[in-house]
Design a protein. Sequence first.
Length: 355
Amino acid sequence: METMVNNIAIEKAKTSKIHDVDFDNLSFGSVYTDHMLVCDYKNGEWEAPKIVPYQPITLDPSAKIFHYGQSIFEGMKAYKDEDGKVFLFRPLENFKRLNKSAERLAIPQLPESHFMDGLHALIQLESDWIPTNAGSSLYIRPFIFASGTGFHASPANEYKFIIACAPSGSYFSGKVKVLIEETYSRAANGGVGYAKAGGNYAGQFYPTKLAADKGYQQVIWTDDNAHEYIEEAGAMNVFVRINDTLMTAPTNDRILDGITRKSILDIAKDEGIKTEVRKISVHELVEAAKNGSLKEMFGAGTAAVVSPISGFGFHGEDYTLPELTNSYASVLKKRITDIQYNRAEDKFGWRYPVE
């Protein structure tokens, strides 16, 4: 039997899987909730979204997602505070970026109401799935892909928008050691690096595997031309602290406009931390490591929030970062997570209640 919430039709699952889940031992993104939101684009328009039991998707072998890679996604989280109230973090930014990615991949723009009303209804329905353990949250994955058929190399005429959820623990544990990439590029000028396109991530796996074979957990991507400037850390934006200045690369065609990145810059300024958004050369990074002025490096993204970097490799040599008792990374992570979990004032207006 269907019910309606926020003009969203809901077909509830007959039974729930929640009692089979060990919420004290959650890995990241491998257990899925009872329901998902589904919405189809057909005949030139997005149909009404609906919530259905979580289930496999059936596609024709000629669906264009398999052949031409029209696929985009977002990453979000829902949080529950000590009183059981549920919050999202800057969800409109995710919606805007999803449509920015859609435009770059010739995917039809999704209406804001489909995204926000559907997301709101789904999180309300799945609120019991939001874990309350420290560092845990409900990871939310909105994505769009080409479901239309045909072998002709052209945009599809049909698409599918889905939101699926996974109760998850921490993405990374501890610090990571990274390798500065000197051969492969994550993205190029004029390309799709700024979009959250599935192919961007597929292209990262091989160079990351090569780095892992050498004992590193991630790579630091550099520019596509001369590999002279650092750009991103694995699938995250990267921050560098030299002396007391916190720096990150400017966004461009190659760098994702991270929501956590923007939030960290605003919080850092509020903390009185000097920030610079500018190009950071590999040479500058190596020299700072040698003379002791390089104090910190960390990745920033939705999944990990802040992932400290313990050291980096370049030209066959490893550079170790110092252990700090009151690092910018720890201060900024606490500030942002305190807002997300409703443990502190939200002077920026980022917290979005789901009621």
